[in-house]
Ligand binder design. Structure first.
Ligand code: TRP
Length: 333
């Protein structure tokens, strides 16, 4: 049965703390995918060093994020969860694919242009060739689907081109993967600036999954509402974006419809509504935070998860790598 499922794979850069926008917008739906797909997720630590990292922070974040993803519902019994640097085939196939990825193609990657503008003092080779490593990440597992956000579609497109180029020369080695655009979850906006998406770069408007309840409450109490005169809880994205955002969050965590929410807070002002949303979010995140902390404290468990994940992943990855090495003409050891 396992083998009949379509394969899905995604990499996650352990470069920042997860927040409510990540959770409600995407992560909370990931657990269910395992019913339909054979899913691989890895912490893309090799990718993070294209920009300078503090080593202790990188190590801590990698484990924290792994724990948080498990706490968000990615069951390690049902998904293959691993750390990219534990599976050397990524770097190995990455090198080979570097030689089948064109300078011109890499030069057109918008993320490279953006990141090199932002890190003008460290435009290193890895930043430039990163999409070839990403192609290797993907192609090693012969996945059918790669769930990615808008910003990564160009890299998946490049992966397809590289795979087709390789297959054209050597025969069918790689499955050509499709980008998988997940059904959009909630698009959570910043609490301090509802015109922009919630983002860790504006921390006052951002609720982190591991944040203390009192801090979460404070952020909701300070959430920007609207300077309209009616001061009532009514869903109007256009004219009341702050309230609409809070309603969306409240709806996403309680399952209530906008009409139900309007009724619930009928005749009450924002002073009642905002802390109520805060409470609901605190309660929604509490089990996640507690479970993530518990997992993180249980080093032996976490270790057993990423070891088993790496073992399963390298078994699959190695099959593809061997095939590639043989095709290009390397002598078998
Ligand atoms: N590049 C992705 C990002 O920045 C992370 C990533 C690395 C990835 N390898 C991948 C995503 C393979 C999907 C598949 O978010």
């Amino acid at each position: 049965m396992e083998n009949e499922k379509k394969v899905m794979l995604s990499g996650i850069q352990p470069s920042g703390d997860l927040h409510l926008g990540n959770y409600l917008g995407a992560i909370r739906n990931w657990g269910k995918r395992a019913e339909e797909f054979d899913c691989y997720y890895f912490m893309a630590d090799l990718h993070t060093i294209t920009v300078r990292q503090n080593p202790a922070d990188l190590r801590r974040r990698t484990l924290e994020q792994l724990a948080q993803y498990i706490a968000c519902g990615l069951d390690p019994e049902k998904n293959t969860l691993f750390i990219q640097s534990h599976v050397p085939q990524h770097a190995q196939l990455g090198w080979v694919l570097n030689c089948y990825t064109m300078f011109g193609e890499l030069s057109r990657m918008t993320q490279f242009k953006d990141k090199s503008a932002k890190n003008a003092d460290n435009i290193n080779g890895g930043l430039f060739t990163y999409p070839a490593l990403m192609a290797a990440d993907i192609l090693l597992y012969q996945p059918d689907y790669v769930p990615v956000g808008e910003d990564q579609k160009q890299h998946v497109e490049l992966t397809r081109n590289v795979a087709q180029r390789f297959n054209h020369i050597y025969g069918d080695v790689f499955k050509i993967p499709e980008p998988y655009i997940p059904k959009a979850g909630a698009r959570v906006m910043s609490l301090s600036d509802p015109a922009n998406k919630m983002s860790k770069s504006a921390p006052e408007g951002c609720v982190f999954l591991m944040e203390k309840p009192e801090d979460i409450q404070r952020k909701f109490k300070r959430a920007v509402t609207d300077c309209d005169t009616e001061r009532c809880v009514r869903y109007d994205r256009e004219n009341k974006p702050g309230v609409a955002n809070l309603m969306q969050i409240y709806s996403a965590v309680t399952g209530k419809s906008y009409e139900e929410i309007e009724r619930e807070f009928d005749g009450q002002g924002y002073g009642v509504f905002k802390p109520a949303v805060g409470d609901a979010v605190v309660e929604c995140l509490r089990p996640i935070r507690e479970e993530a902390s518990r997992i993180l404290a249980d080093k032996a468990y976490l270790e057993s998860v990423y070891r088993a994940g790496a073992e399963k992943a390298s078994y699959v990855a190695n099959k593809t790598l061997r095939k590639v090495y043989k095709k290009v003409g390397f002598v078998a050891r």
